[in-house]
Design a protein around this ligand. Structure first.
Ligand code: IDP
Length: 159
């Protein structure tokens, strides 16, 4: 009789990734997807959407009292974004490591091979998003995608 295996680091994990408006309009989607595949992530779901103000305010609610919040909302609604659910062992930490620090200018110095160093512009326009913990990943995936028998379906309007 086989016992249930305990959770191990080889178990697959999901994370939520997004190519932000500057990444999409700067035509970085293909390059970023190539990196995603090269590093062994599967893309289980993806959808391109134009986010509205209300959705962005909800998504970034933890930052609502910060002075950069209005600018963040303007930036995130400035054009379409590509949202993806990524899957692999250690997906959350590995995707965060791959995107690099929040400030793209810092990334260019300290993490020159990171995605934000490659395509980000500054502290705000940093080209990509990644969940910061497994808990955030589940919350963010549930925020944007609906569970269905077919997997996840986008909750927000597809372009
Ligand atoms: P993260 O995206 O690296 O997890 P957070 O601190 O969660 O960073 O911030 C969310 C997003 O808000 C950042 O990715 C960036 O676009 C923007 N942001 C964060 N801090 C600042 C700031 O000080 N000025 C302008 N924009 C900021």
């Amino acid at each position: 009789l086989q016992t249930c295996s305990a959770e191990s680091s080889t178990e697959k994990e999901l994370t939520f990734a997004m190519i932000k408006p500057d990444g999409v309009s700067g035509n970085y989607t293909t390059a970023i997807k190539k990196i995603i595949s090269e590093f062994g992530f599967g893309i289980t779901n993806e959808t391109t959407v134009q986010l509205d103000e209300e959705t962005v305010k909800d998504f970034y609610t933890e930052h609502s009292s910060r002075s950069f919040f209005p600018g963040l909302v303007r930036y995130m609604t400035s054009g379409p974004v590509l949202m993806m659910v990524l899957e692999k062992a250690n997906a959350v930490a590995d995707w965060r490591a791959l995107i690099g620090p929040t400030d793209a200018q810092t990334a260019k110095v300290t993490h020159p091979h990171s995605i934000r160093a490659m395509c980000g512009l500054d502290l705000q326009r940093n080209c990509v998003h990644g969940s910061d913990s497994p808990q955030s990943a589940l919350r963010e995936i549930a925020f944007f995608f609906e569970k269905s028998s077919l997997g996840f379906l986008p909750k927000h309007d597809e372009l």
